[in-house]
Structures are given as C-alpha cells and as structure tokens.
Design a protein around this ligand. Structure first.
Ligand code: 5IU
Length: 276
C-alpha cells in the first residue's frame, strides 16, 4: 500500500526519521493536517497568531527573516508555544547554496535555524551536495529536510525532469530528507516496485491552499484542501493569508474560525482518502 493510502498513525509507527515520526504522530493525535504559514513582520502579531491557531495545527511554518523586531526571546516564546499547543516548527528557509555555505546558514548567523526548527527546506537546484551540507548539521539534531519539488507560483520552472531529480536526491538521503513541497504526490514516489525503496515514506506538503480565493496579485495560485489532499495525495496543507488575513490586522476570533475551518476541510479530505 502506498503511504498516502495508509493512516498517519500507521505511517508514524514505521517512520525512521525522528522529525517525520513526530509530525505524523502529532497529526494523528490532534486530528489535523493543517500547517499555518505565519507571514507577518511584527513579533507580537507573529506570536498572537501562533497562540490562536496552535490548537488546530500540526506544524507552524515560519519565515523568521521577515520579523522586523527579532531577538532571541522570540525563539524561546515560539518553543514554549510549540510545547504548550503540541505542534512542530518548520522554517521555510529555502536554502539554495553549496553544501559548505548552507551548513553555515543553517547552524549559525542571527537565527541558528537548526537549533529550533524541527523541519526546514531546500531547493534541489545545487544538486546532492546541498543535502550533504544540511545533513551534517541536521542529522545529529534529529531534524528533517523537505526538498522543493514543485512550486505553487504561476510559471514556476519546477517541472518535468527537475521534479524527478528532486525525488532521486531525496531517495539517496532518506535518513534526513523526509518529503517534498509539491502540488501533488508525484508518480515517481510510489510507482516504483523497487524493493530497496518499498519501505520509504515521503511526506508531501502543499502550499497554495485557499477556500475563498483562486490566487493573489503576485502569481500565487490556490486550490482547495479537497483537491490537494484527496485528489492530489498531499499530506499537509499549508495556509497563510486564508487564515490570518492581512498582516497587521490580527483578530483572534476570526483567525480561530478560519483555522478550524481549514482543519476540518483538510481532515475530511484525508479521511475520505484513507476510507475512514
Ligand atoms: N510557499 C508557496 N508556494 C510554494 C512554496 C512556498 O506559497 O511553492 I516552496 C510559501 C509562501 C508563503 C506560503 O509563505 O507558502 C503561502 O502563503 P499564502 O497561503 O498566504 O499564499
């Protein structure tokens, strides 16, 4: 049975990467495949949104470098919220340099991403050395890496053999690469009957999810949770503005209403997919 037809609980039991296992366990425990992308620029609003959506998500996605008033106390608070509300943290860093440089960017600098983000992501464009570089930091810390296989934006160059090559790169480092950012579960992941990959389980995380809008003015394209999870076999839905609205206009009640709405839509689509 391919992974997307198994329950999150079944997959959690067998997964050998600690971050992926924890994510799958959390999804099952909280009955949610929702990840909220908290793309706001003020620390206070960032934390307020996370506190509001915390009960409804398995994963909080961050762009830590857009916070204007960043300091280390923000990371402490983020980690406290992660424990309190039981979610993992995914820094959407999209690393894209040579191995040596990404290892430094991941471990050092102002943000020290590896010290707090359970999961981060990288472009496949530099080739396998980017995974080697990030793994040198992430594996000892029990982290997981997501490769960008397909982007949601209009005209993205992530098509054809690029996607297949990203899958090959992931397959070569299954101790660390736990999945993909993609718009659908790529055929190449599961169509293989090769015995050496029979037990592999890549998670597919899909951004570009919205219930009320088809896109934005800068090329973003939205599909519904049902399209993404049920029809396209993705495991986690990533929702930003569909939940928190506009940066700077935080309203806890409306954020919670939207988070619950996306949580139910994502979970219903999952239950249909695994026939529960
Ligand atoms: N994101 C995408 N598409 C992609 C990738 C990442 O939208 O292909 I890779 C990020 C960008 C933003 C979030 O942080 O996911 C989506 O936010 P909205 O739901 O507000 O569009």
């Amino acid at each position: 049975t391919p992974p997307h037809l198994q329950t999150y609980a079944q997959r959690a039991q067998k997964h050998t990467n600690p971050a992926a296992k924890l994510l799958l366990e959390t999804m099952e425990r909280k009955q949610t495949n929702l990840s909220v992308s908290v793309d706001v620029t003020k620390a206070q609003e960032f934390l307020a949104i996370i506190d509001a959506v915390g009960p409804f998500v398995c994963l909080i996605k961050t762009h830590i470098d857009i916070i204007e008033d960043f300091d280390n106390s923000l990371i402490n608070r983020l980690q406290e919220l992660s424990t309190q509300h039981d979610f993992l943290i995914f820094e959407d860093r999209k690393f894209a340099d040579i191995g040596n440089t990404v290892a430094l960017q991941y471990s050092s600098g102002v943000y020290k991403i590896a010290s707090w983000a359970h999961i981060t992501n990288a472009h496949a464009v530099p080739g396998p050395s980017i995974v080697t570089g990030l793994a040198s930091i992430g594996v000892p810390l029990q982290r997981g890496l997501i490769l960008l296989a397909e982007m949601s934006s209009k005209g993205a160059l992530t098509t054809g053999s690029y996607v297949e090559d990203a899958v090959r790169m992931a397959r070569a480092r299954r101790d660390f690469v736990v999945g993909f950012i993609a718009q659908h579960r790529m055929e190449g992941i599961d169509a293989l009957e090769r015995t050496d990959v029979a037990d592999e389980d890549f998670l597919v995380l899909a951004p570009g999810v919205g219930l009320d809008s088809k896109g934005d003015a800068m090329g973003q394209q939205y599909r519904t949770p049902e399209e993404v999870v049920l029809n396209c076999g993705c495991d986690v839905i990533i929702v930003g503005r569909g939940i928190f609205g506009k940066s700077g206009e935080f309203n806890a009640e409306s954020v919670q209403v939207q988070a619950k709405r996306y949580q139910s839509a994502g979970w219903d689509a999952y239950k249909k997919r695994v026939s529960l």
